[in-house]
Design a protein around this ligand. Sequence first.
Ligand SMILES: Nc1ncnc2c1ncn2[C@@H]1O[C@H](COP(=O)(O)OP(=O)(O)O)[C@@H](O)[C@H]1O
Ligand SMILES: [Mg+2]
Length: 348
Amino acid sequence: MPDQPILEVDDLRVRFRTGRGHFTAVDGLSFSVRPGEVLGVVGESGSGKSVSMLGVLRLIRTPNAEISGKIIFRGRDLLALKDREMRAIRGREIAMIFQDPMTALTPVYTVGWQIAEQIRAHERISKKEARDRAVRLLDEVGIPAPGKRVDSYPHEFSGGMRQRVVIAMALSCNPGLLIADEPTTALDVTTQAQILDLMRGLRTDHGSAIIMITHDMGVVSEIADEVLVMYGGRAVERGPRKNVFHTPRHPYTWGLLDSVPRVDGPRVRRLATIPGTPGASGGGCPFADRCAHRHAVCDEVPSLVGGSGHLDACWLPGEDRAEIRRGDRSGLEATPVRHSARTADEER
Ligand SMILES: Nc1ncnc2c1ncn2[C@@H]1O[C@H](COP(=O)(O)OP(=O)(O)O)[C@@H](O)[C@H]1O
Ligand SMILES: [Mg+2]
């Protein structure tokens, strides 16, 4: 695997101005992805996964958004590009599968037409060639009878087949990077496994890097090489999948792992649900309000540190971590549930 990252994000920040002050949705996020690598971005709903990736693609359309940091893709800083240059990258060099699968497909055109148009937006090829390519892509993503189905409308496909079409569309220009936002969330378990298989194939056959956004640790364990755990707009843990699963270091990651159902394991513990969203904190550790190990120093933001590519942002003494985790598998459950989300009010 080549060492040079295809995407390097440094200190990404996204703030929304609201009538009552600022809300920081992404708070100093840094990560990189190498060609052919799958980065799993995981965290509960509201932790800033979608906003950060939309930020990378400069797709946050609300006029009240402020975005800063460095986003280097194939050597170019995306935040410095003209809109026209950015449009040329989107869809061709970086493709995105959006969280809502219906936004990707228009109900009024056949899927073949939509894939062909997507190709023709970036490449000068004839309609016939584009259509032939659409058929090949549908075949590649496992749509039966692609020569026929190319003329079907989105509503004529099942959920799983529609998601395959969306993936075919994303692949149409052979992107170096595919960002997939919860691509399997709406699907049943069997279909989900098939889609993950398909995405694994992409990486092998096309050498594409993939950023896989999910709230599901199970999905991450299936597909990711590297894992980025987000909470409150920040990276709380980052590292190779094996390390994050075998020696998770952040109490939030412990909670996520303990909430994955296991056939052989003890009773499943769920993360206590908090009203509101895990918004970025104004001051200390974003997870402090839910953490069973909170102490005085947590009023300050811990930085993301660690050796051999496995980093975490937590004040707990590193050498005690394994023992704390062992002795406290029920810590999260015991945490008093509090309204921890910061509102724009509090940040004012
Ligand atoms: N356009 C917007 N204006 C204001 N706040 C937003 C906007 N888009 C997202 N947010 C907020 O940013 C936070 C992170 O959202 P999001 O990235 O969608 O979370 P995730 O994808 O991890 O579930 C949420 O609190 C959400 O309400
Ligand atoms: Mg999301």
